[in-house]
Design a binder for this molecule. Structure first.
Ligand code: ATP
Length: 410
């Protein structure tokens, strides 16, 4: 750093008061010139100081900006695999699956356990342990170790249950059959049909039956994120499944990322397209006889990009229709299993009166009937409660019932 210039001495001149006037005047003039000279020097020094201050301020600004950038520089997500003595851990980076032995500060070491998701910096040092709140990516997935739904909870779609068991369950539980016969099981299964008909239940029930982790992601979540985030979420989804296999990946509302290509070329479309390409490439690089099965669901089969239905992708299509009369009766008896039902409740008649109702609508009917019993201070649900519930649903919610019938698929 340059040294500050020295401050000039204050000019001093002894002027003898006995001097003749003209000499004194001359001496005073000389003193005045000294003063002006010193003043000029000081003023130059002040200008220099201000210049220096300006330069320093710019430097401070620059350093502050760099500091901010450093503070906000990217961190990577990794999973802790193992904790070793001497404050060392093995982490596996997401995305590239690289395993790294890294140090962890004593501040953090007590808080990490194998399986934790952590943020690491460029040198793989653990910066933070991600809890479920900060772990936004895990947040957009619903992960259930063992869903509670079983096949016995699903009514009216026995044929679909059979097909799903064959296409998803059997490859997981009896992979040797496929090896012996020498065929690959379907890569992905697409369930399509109106809302509330049991598609999610089916996927959960297979996970339950096969002791697989159920990992659900909604297509709409994948497209709502920032640019580039959708494909990263897809990668994360498969990464999570690999970590937790056997696993069932369930992508609901697949139409959100796999709509037919339109003419428009907005950046949003491009992003959706990228997300879908990522999904397809994950599926292409997939071990068909492995421990991860993929199920997708849609209410909008008509809108789907046919590219996702090619062999090796979602190559098994299963239609899940609205329940017929017998199906509705069966679903009603499932959803009233735990209810205190009075003698004389006629499920067959209720099934007759609920044409066009989905499984979810039948569930609402049972709940609503229970509410009528409670309102009337009874602990038993009568046929009249069901009739009242039906009337109420028809009145209040007719738009919902219409919408459940108003889906499109081929
Ligand atoms: N076939 C069914 N048997 C028994 N209950 C059903 C059936 N279908 C739907 N339900 C009830 O409706 C609820 C919603 O069903 P589910 O989420 O499986 O529908 P979905 O087809 O996945 O709907 P969406 O397309 O809207 O996601 C279930 O939790 C269940 O209580």
């Amino acid at each position: 750093m340059s040294r500050s210039p020295s401050i000039p001495d204050r000019p001093h001149r002894d002027i003898d008061s006995d001097l003749p006037d003209d000499e004194r005047l001359e001496a005073l003039r000389g003193h005045y010139e000294d003063l002006v000279d010193v003043n000029d020097q000081l003023s130059d020094q002040l200008d220099d100081a201000e210049d220096r201050r300006e330069r320093l301020r710019e430097k401070v600004d620059r350093v502050e900006r760099e500091n901010e950038t450093l503070k906000s520089s990217s961190l990577y997500i990794a999973t802790v695999e193992d904790i070793l003595p001497d404050e060392q851990v093995i982490v596996k980076q997401h995305g590239n699956n690289q395993e790294v032995l890294t140090d962890v500060s004593s501040r953090i070491v007590d808080r990490v356990e194998p399986g934790d998701r952590v943020a690491v910096n460029d040198s793989f040092a653990i910066q933070t342990v991600l809890d479920t709140e900060t772990d936004a990516r895990a947040q957009s997935m619903e992960i259930t170790e063992k869903p509670e739904v079983t096949y016995a909870d699903i009514g009216g779609i026995d044929e679909q249950v059979r097909e799903v068991r064959e296409a998803v369950e059997q490859p997981l539980t009896e992979p040797e059959i496929f090896n012996e016969v020498g065929i690959d099981p379907p890569s992905g299964v697409l369930l399509y049909g109106p809302p509330g008909t049991g598609k999610t239940m089916l996927a959960k029930a297979v996970a339950n039956e096969t002791d697989a982790t159920f990992i659900k992601m909604a297509g709409s979540e994948l497209v709502r994120k920032f640019i580039g985030e959708g494909s990263r979420l897809v990668r994360d989804l498969f990464e999570m499944a690999r970590e937790r296999q056997p696993a069932i990946i369930f992508i609901d509302e697949i139409d959100a990322i796999a709509t037919r290509r339109t003419e428009s070329k907005t950046s949003g479309d491009a992003e959706v397209q990228r997300t879908m390409m990522q999904l397809l490439s994950e599926m292409d690089g997939f071990e068909a006889r492995g421990e991860i099965r993929i199920i997708a669901a849609t209410n909008r089969f008509d809108m789907l990009d046919r590219a996702i239905l090619r062999p090796g992708r979602f190559d098994r299509l299963i239609e899940v229709p609205e329940p017929d009369r017998d199906g509705r009766e069966q679903i009603l008896s499932i959803h009233t299993r735990g209810m205190n039902i009075a003698d004389g409740v006629d499920f067959a008649a209720l099934a007759d009166d609920t044409d066009g109702y989905s499984g979810a609508d039948m569930e609402s009917l049972a709940t609503e009937a229970g509410m009528f019993a409670i309102r009337n201070d009874r602990d038993e649900v009568s046929h009249q409660d069901f009739a009242d519930a039906l009337e109420k649903i028809e009145e209040d919610d007719s738009s919902d019932v219409v919408s459940s019938a108003g889906y499109f698929y081929q």
